[in-house]
Design a protein around this ligand. Structure first.
Ligand code: CP
Length: 308
């Protein structure tokens, strides 16, 4: 069973093969109208369940379109509308869904929910985001970096802001793809040590630097994300904004990185909070390519999971 649960749980050679496959599929699609099926139909006759316990624009649409382009069908389910939200166990839900569908993608709150789904499902399970990690996003992000700047191995990526779930998957990727990552943010919002330890054990240089101006020196890319994630209480909003304001990615901060440093953000963004509009819409921003590449990268993940 090939689940795609996290970057650090997936073999680096498989991760590399998925990025290469995603790029090949993107190239093949370049001249086709949006929404038209691919020449190859590897998911013909397959049904994919897309479960969302949290809101989504990119993940929902990109998985739906990606499956359809490859000849498959989808059903989009919200956790609250399923028995999942009314006391049926995750294990029983996994067993039942496995009788109907060929693959389950789930976006949920607790990582334990994802892991229980994967343990009891007889079909592959894909992590579409939990409170702890967001591996599909980082597959798209590595693909995007490499499209613009070539191999990511040996590069310096700087994460500025909250050490959240997207940051965690970037750190996993540093270990698996062989690049260095500097985290700059307040100590209370540091990434979990277990993520940092994984990447360091794999040989990545992971640096924690409180001063954002120092952190971005020599950066090949600066990455940030929203200051208040979906699972953070709104009561923490003001405190987080005060803590994170020094880590805003603005033109001044970008000017301290390499001149060709990319600006990256998984979106949705709160313009002029974590990043200014001047940076988001500036010449080094690749944020909409990241969004597009969710489609191509996830098509590669789906094919890898299903072995097609
Ligand atoms: N980046 C991302 O996962 O976007 P959505 O929350 O819109 O799916």
């Amino acid at each position: 069973m090939k689940h795609f649960l996290d970057i650090h749980k997936t073999d680096p050679a498989d991760l590399r093969a998925m990025i290469d496959s995603a790029r090949a599929m993107k190239t093949a699609r370049n001249d086709r109208p949006k929404g038209e099926a691919d020449d190859e139909q590897p998911l013909a006759g397959r049904m994919v369940a897309l479960i969302f316990e949290k809101p989504s624009t990119r993940t929902r649409v990109s998985f739906d379109v990606g499956v359809r382009q490859m000849g498959g069908q989808t059903m989009v389910l919200s956790g609250s509308e399923m028995q999942l939200g009314h006391g049926e166990t995750i294990a029983d839900t996994a067993r039942v869904l496995s009788r109907y569908v060929d693959l389950i993608m789930i976006r949920t709150f607790e990582e334990a929910t994802l892991l229980e789904m994967a343990e009891y499902a007889d079909v592959p399970v894909i992590n579409g985001l939990t409170n702890r990690t967001h591996p599909c996003q980082i597959m798209a992000d590595v693909m995007t970096y490499e499209e613009h700047r070539g191999p990511i191995g040996g590069k310096k990526i700087v994460w500025s802001g909250d050490g959240n779930n997207v940051c965690a998957s970037w750190i996993h990727a540093a270990g698996q793809f062989g690049f260095d990552l500097t985290f700059t943010g307040p100590e209370t919002l540091d990434p979990e040590p277990v993520f940092v330890d994984f990447a360091r054990k794999k040989g990545a240089n992971i640096v924690i630097e409180r001063d954002p101006a120092k952190a971005v020196q020599g950066a090949d890319a600066i990455v940030t994300d929203t200051w208040v994630s979906m699972h953070d209480p709104q009561s923490a909003r003001e405190r987080r904004h005060n803590q994170l304001r020094p880590y805003q990615v603005n033109e001044q901060l970008m000017s301290l990185a390499r001149p060709d440093a990319l600006f990256m953000h998984c979106l949705p963004a709160h313009r002029d909070d974590e990043a200014t509009s001047a940076v988001m819409d500036g010449p080094n921003s690749v944020i909409f390519d990241e969004a597009e590449n969710r489609l191509h990268a996830q098509k590669a993940v789906l094919r890898w999971c299903l072995g097609v």
